[in-house]
Design a protein around this ligand. Structure first.
Ligand SMILES: Nc1nc2c(ncn2[C@@H]2O[C@H](COP(=O)(O)OP(=O)(O)OP(=O)(O)O)[C@@H](O)[C@H]2O)c(=O)[nH]1
Ligand SMILES: [Mg+2]
Length: 466
């Protein structure tokens, strides 16, 4: 018989695969303590069932079927409600080897635990009201964060910034629907005028707040995914060298031969705290080489979907741009994009004269992939372009993924429609439909109004053991 979510006692290896100092097998559920007691022996024979909560115990995991000692461990006992999942939780700290961990997990499963699904511990936490969906998503964002900005935004969201804001706005919407219901139920009281005025005021103020929040979504999403930054330029200007310099390692092949890079190389990187998804491309030129030609096409495609294009020039070859590259063609393309022109190899020349073919207002930074000069100026420029304003304050709630953004967009549409309905003096039940739609859409962000199968899908994207 399939157990309900809350009845399951689940177990998984919570630490990353591979060898390490310690590994953790986590058990969570109503039977967690009993299951742990079945496989754990302390030197004194004391049982976890008799121990205080939030205590640590030394002993051995023993496979009861064969009475074989599997490992020497420390066991952390945490009883509900003060646990991550909100249910009784036992964490077995064993030696960090894949065989040890796997064998302990198997023993725990034989003793009655079910192997956890991906993200199931967080799902338990969500179902037990320990966190809302935006906070659960923040846990995964924190784990996968690849920049300081992303880490900081995740920990703030985990603390409940967005959760509180959404809950507050949801409660305002709920008040409004209650007000309308009262009006429908007691039409003999002549409160219509007052109701419409108040509705208009309150809907407007929720709208303003949600529009502010919506404006954070592009920055918020970029904080986690990184600004899609494509390095473009003719062969040999130093694109791969720049990529390697920013990454701090030799990721892309660099040679003095023009046409070295053929593929598109992507890496997430933290550039002085600014999150980038950095993309190195093949040098753009007319070429008869089939492989290189494919590379050039890929470069163009990557540039089209970029948030930011870094157009790289070679300081030692500014006078002979053509025929390898036509600057006006590139500038035409850049007009439609956010871009920065980088003049690389500034270590080769003292001259800092701006090339005449660059427009007055084009942002230009002189850099050297070889020495690292100018890279700090580049990170500051990108920060100003993509992360000013919207993410000034750490404590400010942010929309951080496409799911949240889409739900918020639908909430805004429904609220705008509710506002129009009020302004036009439409009947209350029409306004009620819009407000309910807005509430439902907004509640998806916290997970309150999501169906359980949708929630299951979201948690399945999490990692095992979290
Ligand atoms: N002096 C100097 N040389 C550089 C600098 N950046 C790159 N180079 C040299 O320029 C040559 C080409 O560098 P790459 O990074 O391979 O250039 P690329 O733009 O990726 O070239 P393709 O992949 O062929 O398009 C190499 O010999 C690098 O060592 C720099 O800042 N200063
Ligand atoms: Mg290259």
């Amino acid at each position: 018989m399939e157990l309900l979510d809350q009845e399951r006692t689940i177990a998984a290896i919570a630490t990353a695969p591979g060898t390490g100092g310690i590994g953790i097998v986590r058990i969570s559920g109503p039977k967690a303590v009993g299951i742990a007691d079945a496989v754990f022996r302390t030197p004194s024979g004391k049982k976890l069932a008799d121990a205080h909560t939030h205590t640590i115990h030394y002993g051995h995991v023993v496979d009861p079927a064969v009475q074989e000692t599997i490992d020497q461990v420390l066991v952390m006992l945490m009883r509900a409600p003060h646990t991550y999942t909100g249910i009784d939780t036992v964490e077995i700290q064993c030696h960090g080897g894949p065989f040890v961990e796997q064998r302990i997990l198997e023993t725990v499963v034989s003793a009655g635990a079910s192997p956890a699904d991906r993200g199931e511990f967080s799902k338990q936490a969500f179902l037990n009201g320990k966190m809302d969906l935006s906070q659960a998503e923040a846990v995964m964002d924190l784990i996968t964060s690849s920049s300081e900005m992303s880490r900081r935004a995740s920990i703030e969201q985990l603390a409940g910034n967005l959760a509180k804001e959404i809950e507050y706005q949801c409660s305002l919407l709920l008040d409004l629907t209650t007000l309308i219901e009262a009006n429908i139920d007691y039409p003999e009281y002549d409160i219509e005028e007052v109701t419409y005025d108040r509705l208009l005021d309150d809907i407007s103020s929720v709208l303003v707040r949600l529009e502010d929040l919506y404006r954070t979504s592009d920055s918020g999403i970029r904080i986690h995914q990184g600004v899609r930054t494509v390095i473009l330029g003719r062969p040999n200007v130093g694109k791969s060298s720049l990529m390697n310099r920013i990454l701090g390692r030799e990721r892309a092949i660099v040679t003095e031969i023009a046409g070295t890079t053929r593929d598109v190389i992507e890496e997430n990187v933290d550039l002085d705290g600014v999150p980038l998804r950095l993309i190195d491309t093949a040098g753009i030129r007319q070429t008869a080489d089939t492989v290189e030609k494919i590379g050039v096409d890929l470069a163009r495609k990557a540039a089209e979907s970029a948030d930011l294009v870094l157009w790289l020039l070679d300081a030692s070859a500014l006078d002979d741009m053509e025929p390898v590259e036509d600057p006006s063609e590139m500038l035409d393309f850049l007009k439609e994009k956010q871009y920065i022109i980088l003049i690389n190899k500034n270590d080769l020349t003292e001259d800092r004269t701006r090339p005449p073919f660059l427009p007055e207002d084009a942002p230009v930074i002189w850099v050297s992939a070889r020495t690292g000069d100018g890279i700090r100026a580049l990170s500051e420029k990108i920060r100003a372009m993509f992360f000013s304003g919207a993410v000034q304050a750490d404590s400010q709630p942010l929309i951080t993924n496409v799911r949240q953004k889409d739900a918020l967009r639908r909430a805004l549409e429904a609220l705008t429609s509710a506002k129009e309905a009020v302004t036009e003096g439409m009947p209350e039940d029409i306004i009620m439909i819009d407000l309910t739609n807005a509430y439902d859409a907004l509640g998806e962000i916290s997970g309150k109004t999501l169906k359980s199968d949708v929630i299951d899908e979201i948690f399945k994207r999490f990692c095992l053991g979290k």
